[in-house]
Design a protein around this ligand. Sequence first.
Ligand code: UD1
Length: 354
Amino acid sequence: MRMISIVGARPQFVKLAAVSRALRERDEEIILHTGQHYDYRMSAQFFDELAIPTPDYHLEVGSGLHGAQTARMLEAIEAILMKEQPDWVIVFGDTNSTLAGALAAAKLHIPIAHIEAGLRSFNHTMPEEINRIITDHLSERLFCPTETACKQANAEGITHGVEMVGDVMYDMVLQARAQIEARRQPLQRSLHVSPQEYLLATIHRPVNTDDPVAMRNIAQAFNALAMPILFPLHPRTRSRMEGYGIRWGSHVRLMEPLGYLDMLTLQQHAYRILTDSGGVQKEAFFLGVPCVTLRAETEWMETVEAGWNVLVGSHPHAIIAAVAQAEPKPPLHNPYGEGDAAKRIVRSLHLGKL
Ligand code: UD1
C-alpha cells in the first residue's frame, strides 16, 4: 500500500521513527514534514539520530498564529494528497500538523489513521485538545495507546476502527535501551552530574510559558530545590523567560534542546523529572523514574494512578513537596502495551476495514 505520514513537531518525529521502521517492511511510505518545528535541535537532529528517511516533502511553514500556521499547512497538504493519491494518511498525536493533515485528507475522502488516538485532558483551552478531538472524529482508524483512550473514543460515539495497540513511544524506549546505556558515562562526565543526584526539567506548555505568574512560581520552586537541575529549553520557553526577566539559581542549568537519546539517558538516571510535556511523563514511567507534572491535568492518568506521577500545577510548595516524596512501589502492570505497537498498527492497516 501507499502511505503518507504527516509530521511537523518534535514529539511526532519519535513516533514516526517507530512507525516508519515497521511500515517500510512492506509498504511504500511518503513522509511529509510541515516544517512546524524547524530549528536543527527541534527537527533535523531527530531525523539524523533516529535514522528516519529524509522527508519527501518539506513545507517549511514555520511559526505563526494557530489559524495561519494550520491554514498554510492545509493548503499545501491538500495539493500533495491530490497528486500522490495515497491509500492512507497517517497522522500522529495532537499538534497543528496533525489537524491540518487530518482535515486535508478527510475532505479528499482519503482514510486517516490516527496514532495516539483517544487521549483527552478535558481542558478545551489547550490547542492540543481541540486538535485531538477533531482528528479522532475524522479518522477511519484510531490507534489507541491505552484501554482508557479506547473507552474515551467509544464514549464520544466512535465505535468503529478503535483499536488498542499500545504506545509507539514505548516501542522506541525499548529499542533505545542499549544506546541509553552506552551514553550514560560520557554524558554524565561531560555534564558533571552523578546518577540519582540531579533533577531533569522541561517546560513548554503555553499554560506555563505564556503566564508570567506561573513561570515565576516555577522559578521560585526550582531556586529553592537543593539538587542541580538540568533544564533543556524549548526555544519558546527561552524567549518568554527572557521577556519576564526571570532569574535562576546557579544550580539551575539552562541548556539547548536535547536530542532524543541524550534526553532518554538523562531521564533514566535523574532522581526526579519535572515536566509539562505529555511524552516525557510517559517516558519517565517507562524508565521507572518518578515524575512531577507541572500541570493541573494530564492525558496520561495511568501514570498518576500507579503513583509514579504527581500533578502539581505551578504551585511552588506543591512542586517542592512532590520532589521530596518517597519513591512509589513498582507498578503492577504496564498499561502501554507490549512494545510492539508499530507492528500492530501496520498489521491492522493491512486487514482493511474493522
Ligand atoms: C507544538 C505542539 C505541542 C507539542 C510541542 C512540542 C501544537 C498546537 N503544539 O507546540 O503539542 O507538545 O510542539 O515541542 O501544535 N519555535 C522555534 N523553533 C522551532 C519551533 C518552534 O523557535 O523549531 C518557537 C517559535 O517561537 C514558535 C514557537 O516555538 O513561534 C511555537 O511553535 P509551535 O509550532 O506553535 O509549536 P509548539 O509551541 O512548539
